[in-house]
Unconditional design. Structure first.
Length: 330
């Protein structure tokens, strides 16, 4: 749907120089104006007269969660570029937060310590929503400081050895969390302009998570505008009130929300549901039934029954149609 060479928002790169975020507002507005003026797209993000926070999730971008040696000072202000976010170690961030909580308790600042403890609880809740199952965070300090996700059955998954799909989800979540921190904002309540540019959110994700990734991010970060380039019919159909635009055809598409993945694959992506050889055999079978060539049609059904899985929906439909037509003839 969105041709890889024509992704209008792919050019928000990971340049490390400060200029990347000195003029993102103008760059983003130019791209939106291009869509609006050239293609008539309704692209009106809530951007004020200030540089927006921009998070670009690019395929292959890094997510660092390796164990660390202990608390270590971070310059949070540096976390305003894609490359800096990809280099930042999430475990280091969690360790720093944990030791800050302990230091607050030692200093008798119990209210502030409890606020950080509640922050960890909210983090567990949000990660559980994102991953689609209940998890808690487990801290270990030997042989190095590390964190693991623990599921309801007690199975532990260290953050540095998670499946690729989980890493991809944690990357977008943590990047949004930390870029807001760098700007001194709250991602939940602040109406400051923030744009998430998400290249191919379906990469490495099980289909079940493809259905939930964007809706969950919208629920967790309601003030963030998401611009996603996808090749997945599931992702395209997953979000209510989403604007779909086909850059290769230069046109806005009808909403796909509520449609099945098969329907979106055909109607929105314009492709067939099967490989060519089997699709052609099924079309030929339908023609035989239409022409009432019952003998040849039955031979074709018998042959396809050996090639296709049991209860194949298309073969079952055509077989039932032939049986009904023959019954009516009699």
């Amino acid at each position: 749907m969105l041709d890889a060479k024509k992704k209008a928002f792919e050019r928000v790169s990971a340049r490390q120089d400060a200029a990347h975020f000195q003029k993102p507002l103008a760059d983003l507005e130019d791209q939106l104006r291009m869509l609006r003026d050239t293609y008539g797209v309704r692209a009106e993000p809530a951007i004020a007269n200030e540089a927006p926070m921009v998070v670009h999730i690019r395929p292959g971008g890094g997510f660092d969660a390796k164990p660390v040696q202990g608390p270590r000072a971070e310059n949070v202000q540096n976390l305003k570029t894609t490359s800096a976010l990809e280099r930042a170690n999430f475990v280091q961030y969690l360790v720093n937060q944990r030791f800050e909580m302990l230091n607050l308790r030692e200093d008798g600042k119990e209210e502030a310590a409890q606020a950080l403890e509640a922050w960890f609880g909210a983090l567990e809740d949000n990660l559980s929503r994102l991953l689609g199952s209940r998890f808690t965070l487990k801290f270990e300090r030997s042989p190095a400081f590390r964190y693991s996700l623990v599921d309801e059955h007690g199975h532990e998954s260290p953050l540095d050895s998670l499946p690729d799909g989980w890493k991809a989800l944690l990357k977008v979540f943590t990047h949004l969390l930390r870029v807001h921190e760098a700007y001194g904002k709250d991602p939940i309540v602040d109406a400051s302009p923030c744009v998430l540019i998400f290249d191919e959110p379906e990469l490495h994700l099980h289909p079940a998570l493809q259905w939930t990734v964007l809706p969950t991010l919208v629920a967790l970060f309601p003030q963030v505008q998401i611009i996603a380039a996808t090749q997945s019919p599931i992702v395209a159909a997953s979000l209510e009130n989403a604007l779909l635009f086909d850059l290769s055809a230069s046109k806005e598409l009808p909403t796909a929300f509520g449609a099945s993945a098969e329907t979106v694959l055909v109607s929105t992506f314009g492709t067939q549901l099967r490989e060519n050889k089997t699709a052609q055999k099924l079309r030929m079978l339908e023609n035989l039934v239409d022409e009432e060539q019952w003998g040849e049609a039955q031979k074709s059904i018998d042959a396809l029954s050996k090639e296709l899985p049991d209860s194949d929906p298309d073969l079952s439909r055509i077989t039932n149609l032939m049986e009904l037509a023959r019954a009516l003839d009699n």
